[in-house]
Write a protein that binds this ligand. Structure first.
Ligand code: PLP
Length: 380
């Protein structure tokens, strides 16, 4: 079995599982309780908060724990727009649905939402973002790295443009955190998700940089410094903390390891299969673990199913949209036709993959593509 779908979710790391098991089996109370059971839980949450903060160079008080990337993003968008009556927003065509859908709702409710285009490599042009930041712009939301094709956006330059416009910058770093260096100082709000970096699903964080006031999405108890009500998911948060500590230690070596796998895969596919095209950033750029390719005449979903029969997990489009039979909005934004935007296949590496996996991936993909092309009447 080869699991090559780490951008959808990356398996729980053993150290994370052990820490979570200890927490689930231990005498932990509600972190808000004053007795020792509560204090133990509070300590565990605060230790995790420090570890999550450290991964992105934030201070612990800036970390708001949430139920995952989607909630972090929702909190960022609601948090800013609800505090700025009439304020406009700017985002990009390639953003995750967790960004585009809430902003579409704000647009339906009358807010101006400008969606800036990207080039054929998936990158936004900084001057387009700057031009979109007209008077009254309250929020700009741009992803650090794209989940489907791995394009990394020029966040530092975007931040400068957003600052000059006096708006708040939210960066969806769900796919970047733990894979490439992410510095929270580059933005005002940064979204993260534990299950993309070897932590558990259902827990994430929004980094709220000092001085940025947000309107809470969930109201009730005073948890998370009044920014997110609800009893904390203590085992999940503990697991997230351990995953972040490991990721911080390993990020350099992990990146190099992934680049070696990704580049070997591209070289192997390009050599073995005619009519293969790379989608997204050019060789050497982009997320180190992500390769998105199309094979002429081969439908992405069909190839994903064929590889699954061989015990190989890859994906077409994003996990959330996959199976819907819809063309990828990311590939369409990058200039592909609706037809060819159905053909992207994403290989995303992570811990547990090896160079041997890459060679098997190439062989299995070449065989599946040849079979599918032959069944469709051959490939000229
Ligand atoms: N943003 C990006 C770029 C993602 O890839 C994902 C998950 O696929 C999300 C947000 C949503 O994160 P979560 O699954 O933790 O809600």
């Amino acid at each position: 079995m080869i699991y090559c779908d780490h951008n959808a979710t990356s398996p729980l790391r053993p150290e994370v599982r052990d820490a979570m098991a200890a927490c689930l089996n231990g005498d932990y109370g509600n972190p808000s309780s004053v007795h020792r059971w509560g204090a133990r839980a509070r300590l565990a949450v605060e230790e995790a908060r420090a570890r999550v903060a450290e991964l992105v160079g934030a201070v612990p008080a800036e970390i708001v724990f949430t139920s995952g990337g989607t909630e972090s993003i929702a909190l960022a968008i609601h948090g800013v727009l609800a505090r700025h009556p009439g304020g406009a927003a700017v985002t990009a065509t390639v953003e995750h649905a967790a960004v585009l859908a809430p902003l579409a709702r704000w647009a339906r409710q009358g807010r101006r939402v400008t969606v800036v285009p990207v080039g054929s490599d998936g990158r936004v042009a900084v001057d387009e973002v700057a031009a979109a930041c007209g008077p009254g712009t309250a929020l700009v939301s741009i992803g650090w790295a794209n989940n489907e094709v791995g394009t990394v956006q020029p966040i530092a330059a975007i931040a400068e443009a957003v600052r000059a416009a006096g708006a708040v910058l939210h960066v969806d770093a769900v796919q970047a955190a733990g894979k490439i260096p992410v510095t929270a100082a580059a933005a005002d709000l940064v979204s993260m998700s534990a299950h993309k970096l070897g932590g558990p699903p259902g827990v994430g964080a929004l980094v709220v940089r000092g001085g940025i006031a947000i309107e809470p999405l969930l109201l009730g108890g005073g948890q998370e410094r009044e920014r997110r009500a609800g009893t904390e998911n203590v085992p999940g948060i503990v697991g997230f903390g351990v995953a972040c500590r490991l990721a911080a230690r390993e990020i350099g070596a992990f990146g190099e390891f992934c680049v070696a796998l990704r580049d070997r895969l591209w070289a192997g596919l390009a050599a073995a299969i005619p009519g293969v095209r790379r989608n997204g950033p050019l060789q050497g750029a982009g997320l180190p673990n992500t390769l998105n390719v199309s094979f002429d005449g081969v439908r992405g979903e069909a190839l994903v199913a064929a590889l699954d029969l061989e015990g190989i997990a890859v994906s077409s489009g994003s996990a959330c949209a996959a199976g819907a039979g819809e063309p990828s909005h990311v590939l369409i934004a990058m200039g592909r036709s609706a037809e060819s935007a159905r053909d992207g296949v994403r290989f995303s590496f992570g811990r547990g993959n090896s160079l041997g996996d890459v060679d098997r991936l190439v062989a299995a993909t070449a065989a599946a593509v040849a079979r599918m092309r032959a069944a469709a009447g051959g490939y000229a």
